[in-house]
Design a protein around this ligand. Structure first.
Ligand code: M6R
Length: 611
């Protein structure tokens, strides 16, 4: 997720762009840049300053020429590290077209190869840069910038919003999008485009949402929107809540970041899956930096992580063992460090960390490297310490997660790890191309299934109401349902402060059952071992527990006082991605009923850099 702003017709274009970028920083902040129309040329400045890139950019633009039009970008890196060279805007070979982009261009590698063969020179590692060279070819062929954008977007696959400016027509800003939101707007005679309304509050008073594959041509006071065939269409007007301030707008109409991030989960999963399949159908993991040759002697995989990331690692263990037939262990990072572990050059250690900075996980990875193991990190932050130090990386593409309770990053971690498990299966020859393709096809259905699970929030709220003032919760599951139960318990305790423990369902009778009495709530994840789970549920119900179960739509014999239904997922290894959603919603609902600040729960921090 990146932030985009473009404007035309404002004598103070640079100030307005910098102001918009500051408001968009919550969407990403590892680098920032601006391009301005400068007479018959373009002027560009970029900065890559970690969490203060926009401030650095503002300082660097002190000598900018006066300009009435420009585009700006604040980046959350997905392809290529957060360097100045990778920062947007990107320029074509002539330096006369500038472009900013949010999203992922899936077929960028093939496009870059053919553009390079036609003589284009690339200056970044991004997937974005192909777009500006494609525009360059269209303009060279005589197209205007609007037609050039339409033709360019027809050749690319992926999810994106894009804005361009050309020296040849300096009053014109052209924008297009697919699956990633983008607004056009006006305030007085000034025309704008932006990723979201927060960038434009106080400047614009008329807003229009671009639809998929539409192209907007914005001039001072004028908007022309066309569809993918070039036919002019009536732009979709949007009403902006007059009570919104910048923070409210950043929450996009949700009450808090947690519910916004819950609803961003389908996108986070979809983006994490984009771009992982090569032209021949094989798995491609660009930043893994390890080849089958490097991994040929690996005889064990160890996943290290904390909290929700640990639970994602637990789900992955099943995928690695089932698909790649490689022994897999999951370790709490803070425990691995001080154990007499048996790690060596034949061990692949995978650190799972949203932030990439959690000290326990970082030190466990360092320990693994000291022992000679190869290390890979699954992280949401491309420039994180773990990502820099590890031998390879697989990035989740969830965009910044603001709420302390991890939701969209947790789901993105699970699917990223599952793709890694498929890559290992491919290299070890434990799955053939057809079997891998079939799992990948099933994974493509996950964003829709997650959206479906989220749409059932009302049912979850009704269960939360029915639970009244319950204070004691056990979350139980077996096999792949066990990490889902653990994650449900963690989410609940973290934001509601209610006592919630996760157990393997078979363990209940070995001790914890002594605590079950009328008033205790047992949340049971029924799949994948639903028959076995039925007896564990019965054991709890017989002691007076109120049972809430998570069951697939297709399960006709689901047990429990309340059943939270989820869409059926054909492959049980993938089902946790969907099953965890009602448990996130339940935690959210109960915490809100208790009046808690769900974004900033007491005693916790988003990134834990202490032991
Ligand atoms: O940034 P990390 O993924 O390394 O963070 C690990 C845990 O601190 C984190 O998952 C924590 O448990 C979350 N607050 C859970 O919602």
């Amino acid at each position: 997720m990146c932030g985009i702003i473009g404007l035309t017709g404002d004598g103070g274009a640079l100030d307005a762009i910098l102001d918009g970028l500051r408001r968009l920083e919550y969407r990403g902040y590892d680098s920032a840049g601006v391009a301005l129309a400068d007479g018959g040329a373009l002027w560009r400045e970029r900065a890559a300053g970690g969490s203060h890139s926009v401030a650095d950019l503002a300082a660097a633009t002190a000598g900018a020429p006066p300009s009435r039009a420009g585009i700006g970008h604040t980046r959350w890196a997905t392809h290529g590290s957060p360097t100045v060279a990778n920062a947007h805007p990107h320029l074509d070979c002539s330096g006369r077209i500038a472009l900013v982009h949010n999203g992922i261009i899936e077929n960028h590698a093939a496009l870059a190869a053919s553009l390079a063969a036609r003589g284009h020179v690339f200056t970044s590692e991004t997937d974005t840069e192909v777009l500006v060279h494609l525009l360059e070819e269209e303009l060279a062929g005589g197209a205007g910038l609007g037609d050039a954008m339409r033709a360019t977007l027809r050749t690319v696959r992926g999810a994106f919003s894009v804005v361009a400016l050309a020296a040849s027509d300096p009053e014109l800003i052209v924008a297009g999008r697919r699956s990633v939101p983008l607004l056009a707007a006006f305030g007085g005679g000034v025309g704008f485009v932006a990723s979201d309304v927060s960038a434009l509050l106080g400047r614009a008073d008329r807003y229009y949402a671009l639809e998929d594959d539409q192209v907007a041509e914005v001039r001072p006071g004028r908007l022309r929107v066309t569809d993918d065939e070039g036919r002019e269409v009536v732009p979709t007007a949007v009403t902006v809540d007059p009570s919104w301030d910048v923070v409210a707008a950043q929450k996009g109409g949700f009450d808090d970041f947690m519910s916004k991030e819950l609803h961003e989960q389908p996108r986070a999963v979809a983006d994490t899956l984009l771009d992982r399949r090569g032209a021949d159908g094989s798995i491609v993991l660009d930043e893994l930096r390890l080849s089958p040759y490097d991994l040929r002697g690996v005889d064990k995989l160890v996943l290290v992580a904390c909290g929700s990331s640990f639970h994602a690692g637990m789900v992955a263990k099943y995928a690695v063992e089932r698909w790649a037939r490689l022994p897999a262990e999951v370790e709490i990072a803070s425990e691995l460090r001080y154990r007499e572990h048996v790690l060596h050059e034949r061990t692949l250690v995978v650190g799972v960390s949203q932030s990439g900075e959690t000290l326990d996980t970082l030190e466990a990875l360092r320990e693994a490297r000291r022992a000679g193991a190869r290390t890979v990190v699954v992280s949401n932050v491309v420039h994180s310490t773990m990502a820099r130090e590890a031998d390879g990386a697989v990035y989740t593409r969830a965009g910044p997660e603001v709420s302390v309770a991890s939701t969209k990053c947790h789901l993105a971690q699970i699917v990223a790890l599952q793709v890694l498990a498929l890559a290992l299966a491919q290299w070890r020859g434990t799955m053939g191309p057809a079997a891998i393709a079939s799992v990948l096809d099933e994974m493509q259905r996950l964003p829709g299934a997650v959206a479906d699970a989220l749409s059932r929030k009302k049912e979850v709220d009704e269960v939360a109401d029915a639970l009244g003032d319950a204070r004691d919760f056990f979350f139980i599951g077996r096999n792949l349902g066990y990490p889902v139960a653990l994650e449900g318990a963690l989410k609940l305790k973290e934001i509601s402060y209610l006592r919630a423990e996760g157990y393997p369902a078979g363990e209940l009778k070995h001790g914890p059952l002594a605590l079950v009495e009328p008033g205790t709530v047992v949340v049971a994840v029924l799949d994948p071992l639903r028959d076995k789970m039925r007896s564990n549920v019965a054991e709890a119900a017989a002691r007076g527990a109120t049972v809430v179960s998570v069951a697939a739509d297709g399960d006709r014999n689901a047990v429990g006082d309340h059943v939270l239904r989820v869409p059926t997922v054909a492959d049980p290894v993938l089902a946790p991605v969907v099953e965890v959603v009602p448990l996130q919603l339940l935690a959210y609902s109960l915490a809100r009923r208790l009046g808690n600040d769900v974004d900033r729960p007491r005693n916790l921090a988003k990134t834990v850099t202490v032991e």
